[in-house]
Design a protein around this ligand. Structure first.
Ligand SMILES: [Zn+2]
Length: 101
């Protein structure tokens, strides 16, 4: 098994899972029921993780997720200059330092 995708937004992880299942790739989720659990877990530990069952599917899985239109749904913004996706909290493009539009 290989970890292919994780995000604090479980909607995005489930979205990625659907993409891979539609592509015929066997996947499994971990931490699916961890969020809202014990205070002993750090926030990162409660992120849902998407794993490919067969390591040989890993490259295809990464490509399928990257090709999907998911990121904008999480409030990310796209840089005017270089087109890279940036986290909502970024004031400048991580790639070329252009200001958030
Ligand atoms: Zn940029």
């Amino acid at each position: 098994m290989k970890l292919v995708y994780t995000n604090e937004n479980r909607f995005l992880v489930n979205n990625a899972k659907n993409i891979l299942e539609n592509a015929g790739i066997a996947v499994t989720l971990t931490n699916e029921y961890a969020a809202g659990g014990t205070g002993a877990l750090s926030p990162f530990d409660t992120w849902v993780e998407l794993w490919v069952v067969n390591d040989s599917d890993y490259e295809d899985a990464v490509r399928a997720i990257e090709a999907s239109p998911g990121p904008e749904q999480a409030g990310q913004w796209k840089c005017d200059r270089c087109g890279e996706a940036n986290e909502p909290s970024f004031e400048f493009c991580w790639n070329c330092r252009r200001e958030k539009p």
